[in-house]
Write a protein that binds this ligand. Structure first.
Ligand code: ADP
Ligand code: AMP
Length: 211
């Protein structure tokens, strides 16, 4: 099974991906996690993109396509795969279709903007694993620390109010048009998930995937 989880920043793509990985053992490929890892490791790419990430800007299509191609080349084609955060521009979507990656489902997590802002401002992340928490909706056992490793959580720079606004604008301008492109090629399920907790969203996702 190969799926694309689509949605605004904070819609719950990473959260739902983790649940799918735990249940089915699929691989979760988050372009955001990959870029943050490059920044943490201070690689050549990481140093180049650090500022853009902090500001919530999109990095170039060429760069994303390069790193994603390299990552996907390591996967067994029969392995379950979740793409999270990609494609985010029409160019990226067209490239994906051109590469003939077989995608079984696109799941659009549709949530209202006000709710997503609350989610992003309270999000805390364990960078090495990509595990996400929320200070109110999904708190860690010990405030500020990862449940599994006990390591500190961070508040992403792009989860501060000014950056959230910019990321929304970018989502509507650059990323929403992707849905039209994808729907010409793949099955798209739009799930209305406003005011639904993590587990009820998960049920809807499983239902959409016929699982
Ligand atoms: P995305 O990967 O789409 O940017 P995340 O999965 O990181 O979104 O979720 C953003 C924030 O919202 C996190 O703090 C997460 O704990 C919280 N969250 C995710 N799903 C829900 C939900 N259904 N209800 C409330 N909070 C949620
Ligand atoms: P995310 O973790 O999905 O919220 O992504 C965090 C940041 O990484 C984004 O705000 C962008 O700066 C960058 N990014 C992630 N995926 C992409 C992509 N497909 N295209 C361009 N930039 C991306």
């Amino acid at each position: 099974m190969k799926i694309i989880l689509f949605g605004a920043p904070g819609a719950g793509k990473g959260t739902q991906s983790k649940l799918l990985v735990d249940r089915f053992g699929w691989s979760h490929v988050s372009t955001g996690d990959m870029l943050r890892e490059a920044v943490t490791n201070k690689t050549e790419v990481g140093l180049k993109i650090e500022k853009m990430l902090g500001l919530g800007q999109l990095v170039s299509d060429d760069l994303i396509i390069d790193i994603l191609k390299e990552k996907l080349s390591k996967f067994d084609p029969n392995q379950g795969l979740i793409l999270d955060g990609f494609p985010r521009t029409v160019n990226q979507a067209e490239m994906l279709i051109k590469e003939h990656l077989e995608v079984n489902h696109v799941v659009y997590l549709k949530v209202n903007e006000k709710e997503v802002c609350q989610r992003l401002s309270g999000r805390r992340v364990h960078l090495p694993s990509g595990r996400v928490y929320h200070v109110d909706y999904n708190p860690p056992l010990k405030a500020g620390f990862d449940d599994v490793t006990g390591e500190p959580l961070i508040h992403r720079k792009d989860d501060y109010p000014e950056q959230i606004k910019l990321r929304f604008d970018l989502f509507y301008q650059e990323t929403m048009p992707v849905l039209d492109v994808l729907s010409k090629e793949y099955v798209v399920h739009t799930l209305n998930i406003s005011n639904e907790d993590v587990q009820s969203v998960f049920k809807k996702v499983l239902n959409a995937l016929d699982l």
